[in-house]
Design a protein around this ligand. Structure first.
Ligand SMILES: [Zn+2]
Length: 411
């Protein structure tokens, strides 16, 4: 089964296979071919080039993309899409003046989601999550990382990870799973956080590793949640069980979490709304990807990750949604890209690099996803007719996607 896309106005993010990450000034460059074709065999990109050089290419199916752009699907490297119920009541409460703390005191927040999830069957949780996944694929996401963390008990965390495993099996897009047991401190452990960290280390991590339910280990490293010592203990235990660190840091406070992530060779450090010079310096000597989540800043009205400071220091940056019921009830990567350009002063080239090739790196799948490269998976977005790729972030809030192709199949 072969598919030829011809007369592509501009084929974006065309890269040699040895490029796995784009940093600093290079992020301003988005390699492309104008008036291009692209050939897919089964699920793989096998050829592309200028229409001027097209050989009599025979294909089972042909798409004429006149006036349209083709680019790799978004790689959303940070989500929490497996959850039960929504929290729009808290959203309304916040509009009416209640603080995050007031809401937490009334039983809201992560603990609210955890209680709901604990009382939801695995089947129901799967159905709710599958709907969301279906939606984000239509919005152009072709690879996604999904975290646990609304379970907070051994059974409920395992339930979440089994749901992620089933999503991985039932859906064509690439799915990576992360154990985020240390997302919040459960009520029962309110006065004994160490006992909960012990439970994560001694029970959850070994169990999850035994069942091979996760690729990554995550911690919400933040004041009032898990401190540097807790984070170190959990990352160390995760690594000993083959789980690669990928952590939440510097959302509200910068107190050294980035350094701990780098020390344990985290694949990514995510959030980074609050950054100091030490955090930038420590990242310079690492292979750790900084990840920004602008929809979260938008929704909570908190500062945006200082993308300019990070990129201008020569570092790479990835963009992801943080799709979750509390702080980002949206999995729309197109909105993320617009917001990164509008609010974080990233150029469209930087934002697209951050959401494709660097996003793939941040979820450890760069060899097969994130760019138009021979041999990589044919996961593609075909846009509607648009004047230029800068039009995508510019005309925000509008759907510019005509078709999404996953593993060579039109969705
Ligand atoms: Zn998150």
């Amino acid at each position: 089964m072969s598919l030829l896309i011809k007369n592509i106005k501009e084929l974006l993010q065309v890269r040699d296979s040895h490029i796995s990450v784009v940093k600093g000034k290079d992020m301003k460059i988005l390699p492309s071919i104008k008036n291009a074709y692209l050939l897919i065999d089964h699920d793989t990109i096998v050829d592309y080039g200028s229409m001027d050089d097209i050989q009599n290419l025979d294909a089972d199916q042909v798409i004429d993309a006149t006036g349209k752009m083709v680019l790799p699907t978004w790689c959303d490297s940070h989500t929490h899409i497996v959850y039960s119920g929504n929290r729009e009541q808290e959203f309304v409460d916040r509009i009416n003046g209640l603080s995050y703390e007031d809401i937490a005191n009334r039983g809201g927040g992560i603990l609210n989601s955890a209680e709901k999830l604990q009382n939801t069957s695995e089947e129901d949780l799967y159905q709710q999550s599958a709907k969301r996944l279906q939606k984000v694929i239509k919005l152009g996401t072709g690879a996604i990382e999904i975290k646990s963390g609304y379970g907070l008990t051994v059974d409920a965390e395992l339930k979440m990870l089994r749901v992620i495993k089933r999503l991985k099996k039932e859906f064509p897009l690439k799915v990576r799973a992360t154990l985020l047991a240390a997302h919040a401190i459960p009520k029962e452990y309110k006065n004994d956080k160490t006992a909960f960290v012990d439970l994560v280390i001694n029970k959850m991590i070994p169990e999850v590793a035994k069942e091979q339910l996760a690729n990554y280990i995550d911690v919400f490293c933040e004041k009032g949640y898990f401190d540097l010592e807790d984070t170190e203990r959990i990352l160390k235990a995760g690594k000993e069980h083959g789980l690669i660190p990928k952590i939440h840091v510097n959302q509200f406070n910068a107190f050294g979490g980035v350094g701990v992530g780098v020390k344990y060779e985290a694949l990514s450090v995510d959030h980074l709304e609050e950054m100091n010079i030490e955090d930038i310096d420590v990242l310079k000597n690492s292979a750790t990807m900084p990840v920004a989540l602008p929809s979260c800043s938008y929704f909570l009205s908190i500062p945006y990750t200082p993308a300019r400071q990070i990129i201008d220091a020569g570092l790479p940056l990835a963009l992801a949604t943080d799709y979750n019921p509390g702080s980002t009830p949206s999995g729309n990567m197109n909105f993320v890209i617009s917001t990164a350009c509008i609010k974080m002063k990233m150029t469209p080239e930087e934002a697209i690099n951050a959401a494709t090739i660097n996003g793939a790196y941040a979820m450890g799948i760069g060899t097969m996803y994130g760019s138009i490269t021979k041999g990589k998976k044919a996961n593609l977005i075909i846009t509607k007719e648009i004047p230029s790729y800068a039009f995508m972030p510019y005309a925000f809030g509008e759907n510019h996607i005509d078709n999404v192709i996953i593993n060579g199949q039109i969705i």
